[in-house]
Ligand binder design. Structure first.
Ligand code: NAI
Ligand code: NA
Length: 395
């Protein structure tokens, strides 16, 4: 079939298999061009199909020749009904990994559930024996707590006061004022349930219990801080509470792993266009001004550049590079004083009329469509493609 983007607000209902494959291939080529990394060899990635998790899987496999198991929650294709992009990404990843003789298997299902944890443990035991790294890169709006069966929904809201600022509809370029009402107490608890550290801890507990973690095991999850500008809706909002919890969990897990000389880290990453971040109000306007500024400075990075630098310069080096709170920081360039000063200045000037010149709205839009395999260079979108693509280890 011929597949075109079909958008509804900040989501896209279709995805293009050839475009997704090309994206994965480009990321693999980038990693190969940067040379090898002395990283772990048996890696489990939770949230492995898109964004930072996919970039982590690619960096481990093609930077360190690692065997990888990827867990994700994606929609399989049906006749005339394209899959979700993470499905096509994972199909492409496995294809390229297999071509190079790299072990790669995937599990498609709810990572929050006991069943998927058990299935993953069985696969590790059968195929790898033990793992030496777990990257935890889940982003989800909902989680069913396996202990209670309760389905929790996260929200993206400020805490305490109404937050008023501006935002952009990146499809139309229209900049408008928004007002977001504060959350209630349940919203905070629910968001922490979904995006905090509890499930990461449950994974580690289950893997440890099954004795599938090797000596010197490393685990890492991803966090975000961002500037004062977005604080009310991010770091000091409901999602920020979840990130605080995630960072606290890293310390607990780190202590739990001392018997096997293991470590747990949080890496604070840069603001990037992903399916998760497009849904947060205000962030798209911030990102479009940030992209413009960082591209002008020659310091713009996407997920793959971020994770490559994280592995090669911060984590798998003689002395792990941590901030005073014990976190890895690849948001260092985003948070540079000169970058933030510039973005703050542009923020004041941003209107529907000025944004095309002062912001990188086109960069935002292109990145958004790229997430779904559209607007990827070198892809013929008029060509008839087979929407039913298998993930080798699943079908
Ligand atoms: P993403 O939306 O691209 O990736 C989410 C992944 O989680 C996908 O692989 C998806 O299949 C998987 N997933 C979702 N629900 C699942 C479930 N129930 N079971 C199994 N897999 C499931 O998100 P992104 O942006 O890569 O986020 C990953 C982490 O990075 C998150 O913790 C996020 O907060 C963090 N981060 C994101 C930043 C950004 O600007 N996008 C910046 C800094 C950190
Ligand atoms: Na991810």
């Amino acid at each position: 079939m011929i597949i075109k983007p079909l958008t509804r607000g900040f989501i896209c209902l279709t995805a293009h298999p050839t475009g997704c494959e090309k994206n994965v291939q480009n990321q693999i080529e980038y990693i190969k061009s940067k040379g090898s990394i002395e990283g772990p060899k048996k890696v489990l990635v939770i949230g492995a199909s898109t964004g930072f998790g996919l970039a982590s899987r690619i960096t481990s496999a093609f930077g360190s020749d690692a065997s990888t198991i990827g867990v994700f929650f994606e929609k399989a294709p049906r006749e005339r009904k394209p899959a979700s992009p993470g499905w096509y990404n994972s199909a492409a990843f496995e294809k390229f990994a297999n071509e190079e003789g790299l072990y790669a298997k995937s599990i498609n299902g709810d990572a929050f559930s006991n069943e998927i944890k058990q299935q993953t443990i069985d696969m590790i035991k059968e195929d790898l024996g033990q793992i030496d790294m777990l990257v935890y890169s889940l982003a989800s709006p909902v989680r069913t707590d396996p202990a209670t069966g309760t389905r929790h929904k996260s929200v993206l809201k400020p805490i305490g006061d109404v937050y008023k600022n501006k935002t952009v509809d990146f499809h139309t370029g229209n900049v408008s004022d928004i007002s977001i009402d504060p959350c209630n107490d349940e919203d905070i608890a629910n968001t922490v349930k979904v995006m905090g550290g509890e499930d990461w801890q449950l994974w580690i507990d289950a893997l440890k219990e099954a004795d599938v973690l090797s000596e010197g095991f490393t685990t890492m999850a991803y966090s975000y801080i961002g500037p004062e500008l977005t604080e009310p809706v991010y770091r000091k909002g409901t999602i920020g509470k979840a990130k605080e919890d995630l960072e606290k969990t890293a310390k607990t897990i780190d202590a739990d792993l001392s018997a096997i000389k293991g470590h747990a880290y949080v890496s604070v990453n840069k603001a990037l266009v992903t399916q998760a971040s497009s849904a947060i109000p205000v962030i798209p306007l911030y990102i479009s001004l940030l992209y413009k500024t960082m591209k002008e400075e020659g310091i713009h990075e996407g997920c793959i550049e971020q994770i490559q630098r994280l592995y090669a310069d911060k984590l798998f080096v003689d002395q792990v590079q941590l901030d005073e709170e014990g976190r890895l920081r690849v948001d260092d360039w985003e948070m540079r004083d000169d970058v933030q000063a510039k973005v703050t200045e542009l923020w004041k000037e941003a209107t529907t009329e000025t944004l095309p010149a002062i912001g990188d709205l086109n960069g935002y839009k292109t990145d958004f469509f790229n997430l779904f395999g559209f607007e990827v260079e070198g892809v013929d979108y008029e060509a008839d493609v087979n929407e039913v693509v298998n993930i080798p280890s699943i079908n």
